[in-house]
Every structure is written in structure tokens, then in C-alpha cells.
Design a binder for this molecule. Structure first.
Ligand code: SF4
Ligand code: SF4
Length: 62
């Protein structure tokens, strides 16, 4: 079973860019003012989940 991957709840994202600047994998893109995680690149480090000021990033499936 694959590890959990980070997932952005689009309706919550404020497009602050914080998660993008901390992701060591460059796995997060900003599209139409919403952060989106590329699951192929995400290594589940959890830095973005801890960084998002409003808790908009969760683990997929949780
Ligand atoms: S969990 Fe880590 S690798 Fe995955 S998107 Fe967040 S910061 Fe990037
Ligand atoms: S840190 Fe949170 S609010 Fe900021 S761009 Fe990323 S998901 Fe959106």
C-alpha cells in the first residue's frame, strides 16, 4: 500500500504560496490561484501539511 500523499482542499486554499516555497520535491503547483500537489513527485514528507496556515492540506484519503 502506497504511503499517504498530500492533498490540497481547493475550497480552503488562499493561494499564499507557503506550501510551494517549502516543498523539497517541488511537487506543488499553483493553478488558477489554488495549490495542487503532483502525487508523482510528493514523497509524503508532511512539511506542507505542517506549513499551511489554515490547514488546507490533508492526507489523501483522510
Ligand atoms: S508532503 Fe512534502 S513532498 Fe509532498 S507535497 Fe507536501 S511538502 Fe511536498
Ligand atoms: S500553504 Fe495552504 S493556503 Fe497557502 S497556498 Fe498552500 S494550500 Fe494554499
Amino acid at each position: 500500500m502506497a504511503k499517504h500523499k498530500a492533498f490540497v482542499k481547493k475550497e480552503k486554499c488562499l493561494a499564499c504560496g507557503g506550501c510551494i516555497s517549502v516543498c523539497p520535491q517541488d511537487a506543488i503547483l499553483m493553478i488558477s490561484s489554488k495549490a495542487i500537489v503532483d502525487n508523482e513527485l510528493c514523497n509524503s514528507c508532511s512539511i506542507c501539511v505542517k506549513t499551511c496556515p489554515i490547514g488546507a492540506i490533508i492526507w489523501e484519503g483522510t
